[in-house]
Design a protein around this ligand. Structure first.
Ligand SMILES: [Zn+2]
Ligand SMILES: [Zn+2]
Length: 74
């Protein structure tokens, strides 16, 4: 995990979100970083497929780094 990365949001767009109120539950998609880094295939001019790594705010937690999935309820 890159220590320079910080979650982009402290809370998601939902006011009074119960998931944002929880502490210590890291998003399982981004491990609490608020970012995910998928690789996307890109076909270059020669027909070769190259993979580009992209960084974008995690969709699983709206960039908060906190678990937001009801499936994680224990
Ligand atoms: Zn939330
Ligand atoms: Zn996440």
């Amino acid at each position: 995990m890159d220590p320079t990365r910080e979650p982009t949001h402290t809370r998601c767009a939902i006011s009074a979100c119960g998931w944002c109120d929880r502490d210590g539950v890291e998003c399982r998609f981004c491990a609490g970083t608020g970012w995910w880094r998928p690789e996307r295939p890109h076909r270059d001019g020669n027909g070769l497929v190259v993979w580009h790594r992209i960084d974008e705010p995690c969709r699983g937690c709206a960039g908060t780094g906190k678990e937001h999935s009801p499936l994680a309820v224990s």
